[in-house]
Design a protein around this ligand. Structure first.
Ligand SMILES: Nc1ncnc2c1ncn2[C@@H]1O[C@H](COP(=O)(O)OP(=O)(O)OP(=O)(O)O)[C@@H](O)[C@H]1O
Ligand SMILES: O=P(O)(O)OC[C@H]1O[C@H](OP(=O)(O)OP(=O)(O)O)[C@H](O)[C@@H]1O
Length: 302
């Protein structure tokens, strides 16, 4: 690609592989950011906005955005802290996916039960900064000096194999379902950090002209995220029970209440959290609501 084609465009970094990649493509599609990515090309032009997408490893995105090489990015909260870029980027929006925990793990059958038991021992991790900070505090609390302190060793992947291979007494790695951890015969004894994917913008951008485009993209992505998180609940209820109904479905701002062509009855519609929708329907049934319907939201602006 001719690099001049990037001139003036907002540069938006997207994870090129791994757990966040597919979800990011769905977000871009929901936000109507249209592009065609030629095979193996990590830079591509958006067809309907002055934006170029830069496909990068998730762990490299915080530095690219933080150093101002790229204006906007999607990555994990964990790798922002690991890259020490939390003061160089602004987390604009939590995206509701890529949720997992960075945890201290030890062999299931071993004698270690608390992180203090690991102090002074060997830890293997891909998160040497976060693991280092975590164990530094423990070493300090236990007044460990110099060569008594916990040894943190970085490896780039397959961290869960380190204990079985005799490289480590414990590891610090990401856990979502726990399948990887259990398959490796490990169990978690402490959580270093909870993380999820976030939309970030650079704090060192020298492009004030991009502000309105960044806001537009942020609002569109926020709409897609909200549409994923909420459903619309609609039902009929007698006016007498309306005060109770409004408590059950208060909506984001307030529920919409429309009169029905039947005396004393109204139709209520309200956004509710998808994860709460079954419980909300149960409660509405209890107060006499009828014809309760749940609608998925394709897209929205909040
Ligand atoms: N099991 C998981 N569940 C949810 N989110 C995860 C999980 N593993 C990693 N993540 C998130 O995705 C980010 C990128 O991790 P991932 O392991 O997918 O990256 P990668 O190393 O670039 O890809 P790959 O592992 O395919 O080489 C992590 O920093 C974390 O925020
Ligand atoms: O608790 P779980 O649901 O099993 O997820 C945890 C695993 O997911 C991540 O790795 P991933 O599978 O993305 O691949 P990687 O090991 O190549 O990074 C992470 O590094 C763990 O190994």
């Amino acid at each position: 690609m001719n690099l001049e084609a990037l001139d003036g465009r907002l540069l938006f970094a997207i994870p090129k592989k791994g757990r966040l990649h597919e979800k990011c493509l769905q977000l871009l599609s929901g936000a109507d950011i249209q592009f065609r990515r030629p095979q193996r090309l990590d830079v591509c032009l958006v067809m309907n906005h002055p934006i170029a997408l830069i496909f990068l490893p998730a762990a490299d995105i915080p530095s690219f955005v933080g150093n101002g090489n790229v204006d906007l990015g999607i990555t994990g909260h964990d790798v922002i802290l690991e890259a020490c870029m939390q003061d160089s980027v602004t987390e604009v929006l939590r995206l509701g996916f890529g949720k997992c925990s960075l945890q201290v793990q030890v062999p299931e059958r071993g004698s270690v039960t608390a992180v203090e038991d690991l102090a002074g021992k060997r830890i293997v991790t891909s998160f040497e900064v976060l693991a280092g900070e975590f164990f530094n505090k423990i070493d300090d609390q236990l007044n460990l000096v110099a060569d008594q302190r916990t040894k943190i060793q970085y490896i780039g992947g397959s961290v869960e194999a380190a204990c079985a291979l005799g490289l480590a007494d414990g590891i610090v790695d990401l856990v979502e379902s726990g399948d990887t951890m259990r398959a490796a015969g490990l169990r978690a004894i402490s959580t270093v950090l909870e993380t999820e994917a976030v939309l970030i913008k650079s704090n060192s951008s020298s492009r004030p002209d991009l502000t309105s485009l960044i806001n537009l993209i942020g609002n569109r992505i926020a709409g897609v995220v909200a549409a994923e998180k909420f459903v619309v609940c609609s039902y009929n209820i007698s006016r007498d029970a309306l005060p109770l109904a409004v408590q059950i479905t208060p909506g984001r701002r307030a529920p919409t209440i429309s009169p029905l062509d039947q005396d004393g009855w109204v139709d209520v519609s309200s956004m509710v959290l998808k994860k709460d929708s079954a419980k909300v329907m149960d409660e509405l049934v209890k107060i006499g609501a009828q014809d309760i319907l749940i609608f998925a939201i394709d897209n929205c602006r909040v």
